[in-house]
Design a binder for this molecule. Structure first.
Ligand SMILES: *[C@@H]1O[C@H](CO)[C@@H](O)[C@H](O)[C@H]1NC(C)=O
Ligand SMILES: *[C@@H]1O[C@H](CO)[C@@H](O)[C@H](O)[C@H]1NC(C)=O
Ligand SMILES: *[C@@H]1O[C@H](CO)[C@@H](O)[C@H](O)[C@H]1NC(C)=O
Length: 475
């Protein structure tokens, strides 16, 4: 389980062992090792394999604030025989970590954040994967939706043909921001439906994704990766993948009354949706610029939405148990929908905490990645200054929900239905298409703009996909 050693510091460079000083014992846990190599010195004159110096272990260190860092440990020994024994033994131990991926399908969005994703991958991620002996197959996406069509078509399991078990452990890695990450998660889940022979027009009980997904934060927003790793840090994300730190994560389905829309982890309606819609109209600005611009513009035009929100409160299995004991006639009854109506400014529906730079504790700090529930946060109509005060509170550790116009619920399902008071104008048949798009309501689903005219039904599905990341307990 662990490797212990005492470093020897020779008193003199000549190395008369009588004078060697034994230092304090040090140790590492074997589970923190991710690669072993023979260390050799090569010289120009020498042909062949060079002079053996010993073995090098590559280890993953835990640093402050959820950060992981790679490091090396050199064990010096000039004997080919000794090194060979140790090398083989470490190889055997490493092969025993079954969760660690052996080959990865990398999907890289070159357009992410100032087009830096390619550089991030080849400078920081790829060298670590190579050291870990992980095979990679990189696709650089060429258009929005490319990842989706790629994953729908190709036979992913072919990426790992080296041993039978590893078929189960090959994974997909996204290098990009929230848009790419969410598209790939959606694609993997759609694929699982199809492979199970289920329809994808309406999805009631989705099938779990077959392959785990790794997220390398390289976008202008990295809420998903930040929530998974506790920090938007490329090396940390890479090491979680290499070390095989897999965790199951809750996912939502978004549907209208008659059609499945997509899978996602978080959504905003009202102010959060309108801000994104405004930003999308100004794509020529840099991502940060257009986000700030859109927030200011949306605040200037701040207007509540008349809507009806129904939700199914989350009942933990413990609560259910207690109800049964009390013998209430409705024990075990899941049909406990509640409804809220009125003028509403902003709604957040979040299955994960949604950590980001403006909200270090998360936009939904009371949610976990996989505790089977999601946060429904509703900001009712209020004055502009009060609403701004609420938004600003996300940046602090103070309770951002401590306002009379903000309500929070822990839920399993939500239906949001805007109530358009303008009656449909039947005479304007020709202009109907234009009118329809005007009556669409913008939703922000994981940073993607989704426009829907009617009711949207959001349902939580516990532990639907495996993602690489640190466990919340440790954080
Ligand atoms: C409202 O919108 C902003 C962003 O536009 C978002 O950050 C915030 O979490 C949203 N939710 C609530 C309930 O205010
Ligand atoms: C999920 O975590 C939050 C915060 O700890 C809590 O309010 C909620 O009840 C939890 N749900 C479950 C199922 O534990
Ligand atoms: C929303 O609240 C503001 C400030 O209190 C008020 O002026 C406005 O009329 C309200 N809007 C609606 C539609 O109720």
């Amino acid at each position: 389980r662990a490797l212990r050693w005492r470093p020897i510091q020779p008193e003199r460079p000549a190395g008369d062992s009588k004078y060697d000083v034994l230092c304090k014992e040090e140790f590492i846990e074997l589970k923190d090792i991710f690669s072993v190599k023979l260390k050799r010195r090569y010289s120009v004159k020498q042909q062949g394999s060079g002079t053996l110096l010993g073995i090098t272990l590559f280890i993953c260190l835990k640093k402050e604030q959820n950060k992981l860092k790679d490091s090396t440990l050199d064990l010096i020994n000039l004997s080919e025989d000794h090194c060979d024994v140790w090398f083989k033994q470490f190889k055997k131990i490493l092969a025993g970590f079954a969760n660690r991926p052996k080959s990865l399908k990398i999907i890289l969005n070159p357009q992410s954040h100032k087009k830096e994703a390619t550089q991030v991958y080849y400078e920081k991620v790829e060298p670590l994967l190579r050291t870990a002996g992980i095979k990679t197959d990189v696709t650089i996406t060429e258009y929005e939706g490319h990842a989706l069509s790629l994953l729908k078509e190709c036979e992913l399991q072919e990426f790992d043909g080296c041993c039978i078990l590893s078929v189960l452990f090959s994974s997909v890695v996204c290098v990009g921001g929230d848009g790419s990450a969410s598209e790939i998660a959606h694609a993997l889940l759609l694929r699982a439906q199809k492979n199970a022979g289920k329809e994808t027009d309406r999805i009631l009980t989705p099938v779990r994704a077959e392959l785990p997904l790794g997220l390398i934060p390289a976008g202008s927003t990295n809420v998903l990766a930040h929530s998974l790793h506790g920090i938007p840090h490329v090396v940390t994300a890479t090491l979680h993948i290499i070390m095989g730190h897999i965790q199951p994560v809750d996912v939502c389905t978004f549907s209208t009354t008659d059609k499945f829309l997509r899978f996602g982890f978080s959504a905003m309606f009202g102010f959060g949706g309108r801000t994104l819609a405004l930003a999308e109209k100004h794509r020529w600005m840099s991502p940060n610029q257009r986000r700030d611009f859109a927030i200011i513009k949306a605040l200037a035009k701040l207007k509540p939405e008349d809507c009806e929100i129904s939700f199914l409160p989350f009942i933990s299995s413990q609560d259910l148990q207690e109800r049964k004991v009390e013998g209430s006639p409705k024990s075990g009854d899941k049909d406990q929908w509640q409804t809220i109506q009125g003028q509403i400014l902003n709604v957040s529906i979040m299955a994960i905490p949604c950590l980001c730079s403006v909200a270090p504790r998360g936009l939904a700090p009371n949610t976990r990645l996989n505790n089977g529930s999601m946060a429904l946060i509703i900001a009712r109509n209020t004055s502009r200054p009060e609403f701004i005060k609420h938004l600003k509170r996300y940046a602090s550790v103070k309770n951002q929900f401590n306002f009379p116009f903000v309500e929070t619920y822990t839920v399993e399902e939500v239906k949001v239905r805007p109530r358009t008071n303008s009656a449909p104008n039947l005479e304007e048949d020709a202009g109907r298409h234009a009118a329809a798009s005007e009556n669409n309501f913008p939703w922000n689903v994981d940073g993607d703009l989704v426009e829907v005219a009617s009711e949207v039904h959001v349902k939580l599905h516990p532990r639907l996909i495996n993602l690489y990341g640190g466990s919340m307990e440790e954080m």
